[in-house]
Design a binder for this molecule. Structure first.
Ligand SMILES: N[C@@H](CCC(=O)N[C@@H](CS)C(=O)NCC(=O)O)C(=O)O
Length: 282
């Protein structure tokens, strides 16, 4: 099936192109937006694909504007793909007074509870629909995808890679919500989207998934120690603990004085893209 893409903007950037699109999405029954960075190598060759999942309040723009990732993607010849963080628009439910539920806060799950269930299907969008679109419309190298993200998107990247063994060759995260079932951000969202079924929550919870995972991908995680959300909402300590208990490979870099924002992401984005590129090109 061919998906019609409506191009909203295109910017020449580091010899490649940063492009923004909107399309009708079948999984979310809404318009969806995403951005791509096509490195210069994309002109003549298939290139590896690196999906970035953003955090709360973000759209498909924040990462492209703030992370400074294009320089490194151009250097390594990797395509970047950045979806919006939720469906939006006419007929899509929202709670405008909440920044952590609804628009900008899809949490990369398939909601099962009304009024969210018809549209809030970001898991299916990221796992199935978006990759199919990318392979249809761009020169994407088969079997050479990685995934990474920030905060809610760090949760999404880790959780999606754990639930789909073999789909990605590399995974990393900045400041991930490591155990959403155990912290208010995740609990509020999961209660709204999934109801009180804690079994359903566990299917979207990195720490729960790691308890049962056999040979997950090695994980690279960077975390600022002055991040205001670390202690009560991100809880990377719980992720570190389960990795130690189960012998999972984790490289956890802790950075004194760095916070939660894109100033932190921009500081270490080059290392993350190099990490993925090495695994995607081998
Ligand atoms: N309460 C905060 C939480 C939102 C937040 O920190 N969002 C992070 C991801 S969890 C972000 O990337 N915000 C957008 C940006 O900095 O461009 C706010 O609304 O400012």
């Amino acid at each position: 099936m061919t998906t019609q893409l409506n191009e909203l903007n295109a910017y020449k950037c580091f010899d490649g192109w940063c492009r923004f699109f909107e399309h009708d999405a079948t999984s979310t029954k809404s318009k969806m937006r995403f951005s791509v960075y096509l490195p210069p190598q994309h002109e003549g060759w298939q290139v590896p694909v690196l999906y970035w999942l953003s955090g709360l309040t973000c759209t498909e723009e924040n990462f492209m504007i703030k992370a400074g990732a294009q320089r490194f993607a151009a250097e390594h010849g990797v395509m970047l793909v950045v979806p919006d963080t939720s469906p939006r628009g006419e007929g899509v439910h929202d709670e405008p007074e909440r920044y952590d539920i609804g628009s900008g806060a899809g949490f990369y799950v398939n909601a099962t509870r009304d009024p969210w269930a018809p549209n809030y299907r970001m898991y299916d969008y990221v796992v199935q629909e978006l990759p199919a679109i990318i392979h249809e419309h761009f020169h994407a190298l088969p079997n050479a995808s990685g995934i990474f993200g920030h905060s809610m998107g760090g949760h999404g990247a880790l959780m999606i890679s754990l639930r789909n063994p073999g789909m990605f060759r590399s995974v990393s995260a900045f400041s991930p919500i490591s155990a959403p079932s155990q912290v208010p951000w995740g609990q509020d969202a999961f209660r709204e989207y999934l109801g009180n079924d804690e079994e359903a929550w566990a299917q979207y919870d990195t720490v729960s998934l790691l308890k049962k995972a056999e040979k997950p991908l090695p994980m690279l995680i960077d975390q600022g120690l002055s991040d205001e959300f670390l202690k009560n909402l991100l809880r990377v300590d719980l992720l570190e603990k389960v990795c130690k208990e189960r012998g999972h490979q984790l490289t956890l870099n802790l950075h004194p004085r760095y916070g939660h924002s894109y100033y932190f992401v921009a500081t270490f984005i080059g290392e993350h893209i190099a990490y993925h590129a090495e695994r995607l090109r081998s």
